[in-house]
Design a protein around this ligand. Structure first.
Ligand SMILES: Nc1ncnc2c1ncn2[C@@H]1O[C@H](COP(=O)(O)OP(=O)(O)OP(=O)(O)O)[C@@H](O)[C@H]1O
Ligand SMILES: [Mg+2]
Length: 140
């Protein structure tokens, strides 16, 4: 794990145990910036889904970056999942409940979108996928 300054943590995610590591770091960061128990749970669940995708939908894995952010005096956490994997050919399908190319439940990406306050995804076949998602203090 690399720590850049006090509030940016990057975890390389290329095998299953990395998922637990990212979960632990995200829980600590979410609590430290003052997210509620429910908010922290949303963050940790989202981190689990995003890291699971890095492990199971790419060959080499990717990185999960967690950043403590602030906007108009409100604290939040930004999660960035990035990989240089196969990319997602049809984002609309991938964001639908029940869509999976891996015999999964297909609930990961749509679930993260629901749990977090902001969600942005870009993906290009052959280049990779980048997801940026944020959770704000006392937003829900
Ligand atoms: N990082 C990624 N790289 C390439 N494809 C991805 C990536 N993340 C998701 N996908 C594609 O998007 C689909 C939907 O992802 P989602 O997380 O919603 O479901 P799943 O991983 O298949 O199942 P679940 O998360 O419920 O176990 C995946 O089946 C896969 O085809
Ligand atoms: Mg998934």
């Amino acid at each position: 794990m690399t720590e850049s300054g006090n509030d940016v943590f990057t975890v390389k995610v290329d095998k299953e145990p990395c998922i637990a590591k990212a979960q632990i770091v995200s829980r600590l960061l979410a609590k430290s910036i003052g997210l509620s128990d429910v908010g922290s749970c949303c963050v940790v669940t989202s981190v689990s889904e995003l890291t699971d995708n890095l492990v199971f939908h790419t060959q080499k894995g990717g990185t999960l970056t967690m950043i403590a952010i602030k906007q108009n005096g409100r604290a939040g956490i930004e999660i960035i999942a990035e990989d240089e994997g196969p990319g997602i050919p049809d984002l609309k399908h991938a964001m639908q409940d029940g869509f999976s190319t891996n015999h999964g439940l297909g609930g990961g990406l749509p679930g993260v979108k629901r749990l977090m306050d902001e969600f942005y995804i870009t993906s290009e076949v052959g280049t990779g996928t980048r997801i940026v998602t944020r959770k704000w203090q006392q937003c829900r």
